[in-house]
Design a protein around this ligand. Sequence first.
Ligand SMILES: [Fe+2]
Ligand SMILES: [Fe+2]
Length: 210
Amino acid sequence: MARDLRLTWSALQVVESAPMKLNLARAGELLATTTSDPHLIVHATNVRGCMEAFARHFGQPPEEVEHWGAVGYLHDYDYERFPEEHLEHTEAELLAEGVDAADVRAILSHGWGICNDVTPETDLEKSLFCADELSGLVWAAALMRPTGISDLEPKSVVKKFKDKKFAAGCNRDVIRKGAELVGLDLPAAIAVCIDGMKPYAAETGLLPKT
Ligand SMILES: [Fe+2]
Ligand SMILES: [Fe+2]
């Protein structure tokens, strides 16, 4: 009997310390330990929304929609502390926090060709690479409209994409590469991001202004 109890206890310990697939609550807790800049929180929310929409686009079940959103929310975990060494302070810390290695790899892969050489391979990773840069352009395009993101059309964002002076910080080559990775043309990738970002308009400053 005593032996059975010991076995049960050690089995529980194994379960408790096993790496955990990210969920939104955990992603929120972890990001809160490193990040307080409101702009970075807005960006995290935008990428979360886009990732949820990409998960739906790729036919994922509801629990995976949350999972993809959580990875999106946490993707810039080390940026506020280490803007010059972005993604160099992510892997060891998140693994030590018990985040699943696949989720850590996904987060690292959004820096492909920018901060590292971790190639996006899965649909989740490719979506994160696409969402990171494209969400910035969609957000900037929606922000300047009186109606916010409520009636934003992909073609308006494409127009802004072509205007190199608009949101010049959004790298057009990276955006093009991201759309290509997820197998969509630019208007279709933009439509996914608009769809994903709409539910979070109140948190991201994109509600109609009147
Ligand atoms: Fe990043
Ligand atoms: Fe980012």
